[in-house]
Design a protein. Sequence first.
Length: 498
Amino acid sequence: MKKQIAIVHFNTPELTESCILSIRKVGCHWPVTVLDNSDKRPFKVKMKGVTIIDNTKGQIIDFDEELERFPERCWDMAKKSNYGSAKHMMSVQYLWGVLKEGFILVESDVLIRQPFDFLWDEQYAATGKAQWFRGRRIEKDRLLPWLCYMNVPLLTANGARYYDPERCWGLQPGGMQNPNNWYDTGAPLLEDIIKTKPQLSARLYSDLDKCYIHYCGGSWRGNDIKQQAEWLSKNETYWKPEDNSDAKIFICTHTDFEPVVKNEIYEVLDSRKMKSGNVPDLYYSELWQMKNVSERKTLPKYIGFCHYRRYFGFMDAVPNIGKLIEARGAITTKKADLNMTMRQQYATWGNPEDLDICTQIINEKYPDFAPAWNRSLASKQMHIGTLSIMKTDDWLEMLNVMWDVAQEYLKRIGGDIVKRVEENPKAYHIGEQPFFTFTHELRVGGQFAERINSAWMDWKFPRAYEVPLKVTHEKIEVPFEEKKSKPTSKKRANKKGK
C-alpha cells in the first residue's frame, strides 16, 4: 500500500505548515494531503510532496447543509467548537474515499518530535492512542485523532465508520442527556473496531505522545494567532529546518537503487558515471568516489560519506552538522562487534598478506598514526565502512593517507591487482561465499580505506558524535563478467600507465 499522511486544516496555516515541517524533520517524506476547510485563513503554502484539497467554499463538503439535517441538534455542546468535532469526522470520512489505501492522520496543531512510521501496520484496522473513560464519565472511549493510522480497505470492508451522525458530538436531539451526543472525534471508529472483533483489531500505544506535542484545539479556541506564534517559537526545535547549507553527505553506489533518504544534504555518487582514476582498484570502491569528490573545484565546509545500503542512523532527520562537528570534531557510526579482531575478520574473506602490506606502509610512512592503526587491528570492534562526517580539511587529510596507502600498495605488489587475484584465488576466498566474487576481491584499496577510517576516528576524534548504523536494501553484487569485456592484466596495466 502507498504510505501517506492526511491533515485536516481550518484557519491555522502557521500551525499546519509547522506540522508538515516537523514531519519532514524526523525523516518522513511520505506524500501529505491537506483538506482545507478554512473560511478565513486558508492554507496556501506550496510545499514539496503536499497536495491541497480546497473545501474553503464548501464545494466538496457542505457542512451547513449536513448540519441542517439535524434541526434538534444540541447548541449548548457547539458553542465552543461550532460543531468542530462533527465537521472533523465528516472530513476524515471524506478522506477515506480519497486516500483509499489508508493513511496516517495527523492533527494540524501537532508537532512531531520522533519518527512515527511504526504506526503503519497493515495487520491492524487502526493504530494510535486511545482515550479511555470506561464509563467513569458520559464521554465515549475514542481513538485520539492527533496521530493515528487507519487501514481504510480493512475498515470499509467491515462496515466501520469514522463519521456516523447517529453517534456524533451534539448532533442528536435530547441535548447533553443523550449519550449519543457524547461521541467525540474518533469514538465511533474505536467502538466499531471493538464491536467487530476479531475481524478488526487495533494496536494501541499508551506512550504515543512521546512522538508529538499538541497545541490542542488550535482551530477553535479563540484562534489566537499571537498565542500560536508564541507556542511555535517555544517549540521551534521540532519544526524549524536545520541549516546544513554548508554540509554535504555523499551516497556511494555502483548500481541502480532507490534512495531511502530525501534530504537535500545528500548527493548520490554513481561510480559508473565517474571519470577514470589512476588506480586499477576502482571496481565500485568508495575510495575512488571519494578521490573524485576531492578534485572538485569547490567543496562544502563539512563533508561526509555513506553507502547505498549503509546510512547514518538519523537518515533524513539530519541534525545540525556544523554544530555537532564544532563540538565533537566529527560524526561517525557506533562501532560494530566483530566477535574477532579486525585482522582476523579481514582474513576470513580477504588475503591477510594485503593487510600486512598495508600495515607496513602505515608503520613506515605514518608513524604518528601507526599506534592507533595497530590497536584498531587488534580490536574486536570497528566503525563500519567509510561512514564519517567532518570538516573538509580534516577529511582531506584522512583521504590523502587512504589514497597514498592504496597507491603504495599497488607499487609493492607490482602494480596489477587483477593479476594478483587471478593467480591467488584461494588466498582471496573466491567462491567460498556468494559475494566472494572476483569483482569483490579487487576492492582492496577500498577495504583498506574502511579500516583506516575506523582507526582514524579513534585517533583523531575520540569524542566523535556516534549515531547508530542503519542498513537498508539487499547487497547487489554486479558480476565482473557483465562489463563489456574482461581486460587482461597487460591491458589493464597499460591503462593504468596512461
